[in-house]
Design a protein around this ligand. Structure first.
Ligand SMILES: [Zn+2]
Ligand SMILES: [Zn+2]
Length: 280
């Protein structure tokens, strides 16, 4: 499997010379199976550019799973080209737990006066996936879902193929258990031994107390989870909108400082355009 990041920013897209290294688009990851099935995690503004590439390559079948429906995870969807291709088929997956219908939730945002084209009028074919005991298959990819600790609920995903695995757990507050969320030990068990853990590391430990309850983690908690779960590498994600490249580099360096014992996971910060091939 191959993974590529199309947006690593949290909360709201940003632009400007101070954000060039990490990028300004919000959450979107593309995962390709060995047979070239396409799994997309989140439809933040990063999905716009992904849609352009898929359209250029005449791809029309994708699976799109949402971690939750906060703006920064759905805002790119109206600008995702495949939505307007009558030949395209989008299999969509929701977050579970709340019993809310995914299409109904998205339709509240994709309709006038917020957007001219209502979701039920787009020319592509949309279907909603149902999980079997919190798992789903996308070609040769096995996807496991876990409830996130976040206001209004959320989900994280573990994606596996041929013994390799990555976990995408963003918008997850490890120091506070929101309604529907799990304990630190539960998250460590879910992430156990993954090759890569992509986790919310929006704050520094100094910033966190002022923002406790907002649904995000500081990097020291993400590092603690990565170590506890024995993952191969930790990928910091959901970069705060005020975090310039320089400040993000500093945050990454501090997190690497925490993970410097022998046997500790590697540490990186995802940026737009970042990619890794797990089959290599
Ligand atoms: Zn978010
Ligand atoms: Zn959120």
């Amino acid at each position: 499997m191959k993974v590529r990041c199309w947006g690593a920013r949290g909360s709201v897209p940003v632009s400007g010379p101070e954000y060039l290294s990490y990028g300004g688009d919000t959450s979107c990851l593309e995962i390709r199976s060995k047979d070239d099935d396409i799994l997309i995690l989140d439809a933040g503004t990063g999905i716009r550019a992904l849609g352009c590439e898929l359209a250029a390559r005449q791809r029309s079948d994708v699976t799109l799973l949402f971690s939750h429906y906060h703006w920064d995870h759905i805002q790119g969807l109206p600008f995702f080209k495949l939505l307007y291709n009558p030949k395209a088929r989008l299999a969509l997956g929701g977050i579970g737990g709340g019993g809310e219908n995914l299409l109904r939730v998205l339709s509240r945002a994709l309709r006038p006066p917020f957007f001219p084209v209502p979701l039920d009028k787009v020319p592509s074919t949309l279907s909603v996936l149902s999980y079997t005991e919190e798992t789903l298959r996308v070609g040769s990819l096995l996807v496991r879902r876990v409830a996130a600790s976040h206001p209004n609920k959320g989900a994280g995903f573990r994606v596996e193929e041929d013994g390799r695995s990555l976990v995408y757990l963003t918008d997850n507050e490890l120091s506070l258990r929101h309604r529907g969320g799990l304990s630190f030990a539960d998250y460590a068990a879910f992430c156990k031994g993954a090759d890569l853990l992509i986790h919310d590391a929006e704050y520094t430990p100094e910033e966190y107390p002022q923002r406790r309850g907002w649904g995000h983690s500081h990097f020291a908690d993400a590092a603690r989870l990565a170590r506890e779960a024995g993952v191969g590498a930790l990928g910091l994600f959901h970069h705060n909108q005020e975090r310039t490249d320089e400040a993000q580099d500093l945050l990454l360096a501090r997190c690497r400082g925490l993970l410097s014992r022998p046997g500790d996971p590697d540490c990186l910060a995802l940026h737009q355009g970042w990619a890794r091939d797990f089959s290599a």
